[in-house]
Design a protein around this ligand. Structure first.
Ligand code: GLA
Length: 376
């Protein structure tokens, strides 16, 4: 693969690439919509991701090319321009350059970069966080900057919030910057303390199911959920001494939920608080290789995202409902922000082919187009 990318770099920029960088995509095993509520998340870095091949220049020009958007050709930017912006895919790497600048890491060497992304765009597998992190890592090397992986995750989140216009939490950038092969990362988004948990999938497969639904309203609905959580928190604060929703225990919530007058805000808070508790249980279950427990927590998470958080939709629900009727399935749920994107199931290896066929047929019949599958 890397040789093909090097040849492509040579073809496009008429010189050799001097560095090759990679950042993965991610799925979140459980802990959905908890990261902007100070809770736990449990993401897992994928083996597929984004490659960046780079070569320095001796001027202040940055040239970017993506093999995923070949017909856009080479995009050129001047580093001397205060904060270069773009309205195509280049907005993500440019957002990183601008954020680094804001933190005093002045990118003042021009470079040519070729990107190749293996993660389908807009599928909720964090293709944007992946291109951000691969860019920050590449720039750390070519600029000789001393930021840590944790700093890199935080700056990439800021890049997305400030320059790419999505008010996301820290999960994706953190999972990608600090992800470790064959390990999930149990992250406390309040303190940024984390622990790795080995994912020993002996005899089991993770099957990612991409709805292939184009997300349109996703970003605005995401921000709407954030506001609803803030409203619920304000109501609970009248009695409870808490800073974020995930400071509230399940028992405290049940005893005080009537304080939240708005029905929707109460449902959103319920999801977040119970999901946080499920995530802690899921970490323990995975450490004990208790996949049965893990699977039941996955199913409960999906139901809560469907009924209380209301971010699933017919595409994700069809995949998950059918998955749960198939033989050899341990659990299934949506992953990421929702509103389309991907779900995943944990399936006994011997049943994977049958699973994909059955879920595939049901999805096509109900939704009218195909879902696509990635087996890990
Ligand atoms: C998106 C965001 C994350 C997180 C998830 C939902 O992936 O980027 O920060 O909020 O949605 O869990």
């Amino acid at each position: 693969m890397i040789n093909i990318l090097k040849q492509e770099f040579n073809k496009i920029f008429k010189k050799d690439a001097l560095g090759v960088y990679f950042a993965p995509g991610r799925i979140n095993l459980i802990g959905e919509h908890t990261d902007y509520n100070g809770g736990y998340v449990f993401p897992y870095a994928l083996s597929i991701g984004t490659y960046a091949l780079v070569s320095k220049r001796d001027d202040f020009v940055v040239r970017m090319y993506s093999m995923n958007f070949e017909n856009e050709g080479i995009n050129s930017f001047e580093l001397s321009t205060d904060k270069p912006l773009a309205d195509n895919w280049c907005k993500y790497p440019l957002a990183v350059i601008n954020t680094l600048k804001d933190h005093g890491y002045n990118v003042n060497t021009g470079f040519d970069v070729l990107y190749y992304g293996e993660i389908p765009n807009g599928a909720g597998l964090s293709s944007s966080a992946s291109i951000e992190v691969v860019t920050a890592n590449m720039l750390r090397n070519i600029g000789g900057f001393g930021y840590t992986d944790k700093d890199m995750a935080l700056m990439c989140q800021e890049a997305e919030n400030v320059y790419a216009g999505v008010n996301c939490g820290i999960m994706d950038q953190f999972a990608i910057a600090l992800g470790k092969k064959e390990h999930a990362i149990f992250l406390d988004t309040k303190t940024l303390e984390y622990e790795y948990a080995p994912l020993k999938l002996a005899g089991l497969k993770i099957v990612i199911m991409n709805t292939n639904k184009k997300r349109k309203l996703g970003e605005s609905k995401y921000n709407e959920r954030r506001c609803e959580c803030e409203n619920a928190l304000e109501s609970l604060k009248k009695i409870l001494d808490v800073k974020c929703l995930c400071d509230v225990s399940v028992e405290e919530f049940e005893a005080n939920k009537q304080l939240i007058e708005d029905d929707n805000a109460r449902k959103r808070a319920k999801h977040v608080i119970y999901e946080n508790a499920r995530t802690k249980e899921a970490f323990v279950a995975l450490c004990n290789n208790d996949f049965e427990k893990f699977g039941s927590l996955m199913n409960a998470s999906h139901t809560s995202l469907k009924e209380d958080y209301e971010v699933t939709g017919i595409e994700l629900d069809t995949l998950v409902a059918k998955a749960n009727k198939c033989k050899g399935v341990i659990g299934a749920r949506m992953t990421g922000a929702g509103f389309g994107g991907c779900a995943f199931a944990i399936v006994k290896e011997a049943f994977v082919d049958e699973f994909i066929e059955k879920v595939g047929n049901e999805y096509k019949n109900t939704i009218g187009y195909e879902a696509t599958y990635i087996c890990l």
